[in-house]
Unconditional design. Structure first.
Length: 104
C-alpha cells in the first residue's frame, strides 16, 4: 500500500501552472515534530521539508485557499522520478490525493 499522511505548514505562496491545459502546482510543506531529548533536555523540535504536487481541481483549490504559513493535512502517494542532475539517482515527491486546509 502506498498511502502517506502529513500535517504541515505551506512554506511559500503557491503558483498554479498548466500542463496541456491541466492545472497543477508544486509546493513544499514544513513538517514539525517533537522528540524526547537526551537526559534532561526535554523535547527537541525537528523540522522536515517535503515536496508535493497537486493536479486539476485539487491544485486550483490549494492555490486559491491556502496561503503561506497555513496548516494543511495531506493524503498522498509517494512517487519516484529520475534526478535531472544525476540520472543514476531517484528523487521522491508526494502526489496529493486529498487534502484539508485547517484553521490556524
Amino acid at each position: 500500500m502506498n498511502k502517506c499522511h502529513f500535517l504541515g505548514k505551506l512554506t511559500h505562496p503557491i503558483e498554479l501552472e498548466s500542463d496541456n491545459g491541466v492545472p497543477f502546482c508544486i509546493f513544499e510543506l514544513e513538517i514539525e515534530e517533537f522528540r524526547k531529548g537526551r537526559s534532561n533536555e526535554g523535547k527537541v523540535r525537528d523540522l522536515t521539508y517535503l515536496n508535493f504536487e497537486a493536479w486539476d481541481s485539487a491544485a486550483s483549490a490549494i492555490e486559491k485557499y491556502a496561503q503561506e504559513g497555513k496548516l494543511i493535512a495531506i493524503e498522498s502517494v509517494a512517487r519516484n522520478v529520475q534526478n535531472e542532475d544525476n540520472p543514476e539517482y531517484l528523487d521522491t515527491y508526494f502526489r496529493v490525493t486529498s487534502f484539508k486546509i485547517l484553521r490556524s
